[in-house]
Design a protein around this ligand. Structure first.
Ligand SMILES: [Zn+2]
Length: 142
């Protein structure tokens, strides 16, 4: 299920366990807030659990009541996404690639997935890099 974080209730430390507890609503439907506790080990692409903030969109895989897998998809702004998101390691690329962008459709700063890139939150196409300008640059250098 997809949720949007409304409030961070507790970030567990040494004694409380390696968890983060948050209030969240289903995304994009809203509805009642749910209290969700996520184990640190379930955070797939998050650099540190204390960097999660309200407004972030997570994709959760549940096993019963437990969150088995939590994937960060988007954030309210670029800075918080950059801080909390562990980017996939990139192989050498032949062209520049969009990693994240502000999605006009769902109005979050979204992780870009796929090629051509789409918004990880809502699936809208991401910005297209201008291939012709990089080609011109290459030709100019040749
Ligand atoms: Zn979107």
């Amino acid at each position: 299920m997809r949720v949007i974080i409304r409030e961070i209730l507790n970030v567990g430390g040494f004694f409380a366990g390696e968890t983060v507890t948050l209030a969240a609503q289903l995304w994009p439907d809203g509805g009642p807030e749910q209290i969700i506790t996520i184990d640190d080990a379930a955070l797939v692409n998050v650099t540190a659990r204390h960097l999660l903030t309200p407004g972030m969109v997570l994709d959760l895989t549940l096993a019963g009541d437990r969150v088995e897998r939590a994937l960060l998809l988007g954030a309210p702004d670029h800075a918080s996404l950059r801080a909390a998101w562990r980017q996939p390691s990139l192989e050498l690329l032949s062209a520049p690639r969009v990693l994240s962008f502000r999605c006009p459709a769902c109005r979050v700063w979204a992780v870009a997935v796929g090629d051509p890139p789409v918004c990880a939150v809502c699936g809208q196409p991401g910005p297209q890099l201008d291939q012709s300008s990089s080609r011109q640059l290459t030709e100019a250098q040749a």
